[in-house]
Design a protein around this ligand. Structure first.
Ligand SMILES: [Zn+2]
Length: 161
C-alpha cells in the first residue's frame, strides 16, 4: 500500500497530453492500486495519473455507487449527449470549486489493467467524474470550464476529483 503525493496546480504535468499506455504489466496493476488508495485517502471520487506525476493515460474513478472502482486506461469518449451543470472540485486545486457544464451521458471505450477493451456507459454524476478525469489525461483542467466559482461555505460535502 502506498499513498502517493498529489500534484497541485500549477505544474507542467497537469497541462500536457499524456502518453498512451502500452505495457499492461504488474507495474501498471500496482500503480492503479496506489492511485486508488491515494484517491480514497484524499476523499476524492477520481484521480488521473498526471495528478500523481505520471505522464500516462490512466485514471481511476469511484463515486461510491454500486459500480465501485473503475480503472480507465487509454479512455476515449465515443458518444455523449445531454447536458448537466453542477459543482466540481479537483484534488489538484485544494479548496477551489466551481460550476461546470458537461454532457449528461457518455459512452467511453477504455482498456482494463490487462489491456482488454471495454465499454462503459455513465450518466449524471458518474459521467461528470469520468469526463473530469479524461480531461486530465489531455491536460485540460476544470478551471478552463468553470462558469462560476463557489465559496467554500456554500458547498458542505462536495468531493474532489
Ligand atoms: Zn481533477
Amino acid at each position: 500500500m502506498a499513498i502517493l503525493t498529489i500534484v497541485k496546480h500549477p505544474a507542467e504535468i497537469l497541462e500536457k497530453e499524456c502518453k498512451q499506455v502500452t505495457q499492461f504489466d504488474k507495474n501498471l496493476k500496482q500503480l492503479l492500486k496506489d492511485m486508488y488508495e491515494t484517491m480514497v485517502a484524499a476523499d476524492g471520487v477520481g484521480l488521473a495519473a498526471p495528478q500523481i506525476g505520471v505522464d500516462q493515460q490512466i485514471a481511476v474513478v469511484d463515486i461510491g455507487d454500486e459500480r465501485g472502482r473503475i480503472n480507465l486506461i487509454n479512455p476515449i469518449i465515443i458518444e455523449k449527449s445531454g447536458e448537466q451543470t453542477d459543482i466540481e472540485g479537483c484534488l489538484s486545486f485544494p479548496r477551489l470549486y466551481g460550476t461546470v457544464s458537461r454532457p449528461y451521458y457518455v459512452k467511453v471505450q477504455a482498456q482494463n489493467m490487462k489491456g482488454k477493451t471495454f465499454i462503459i456507459e455513465a450518466e449524471d454524476y458518474l459521467a461528470r467524474a469520468i469526463q473530469h478525469e479524461i480531461d486530465h489525461l489531455h491536460g485540460v483542467l476544470f478551471t478552463s470550464k468553470v462558469l462560476k466559482y463557489i465559496d467554500e461555505e456554500e458547498l458542505e460535502g462536495y468531493e474532489e476529483q
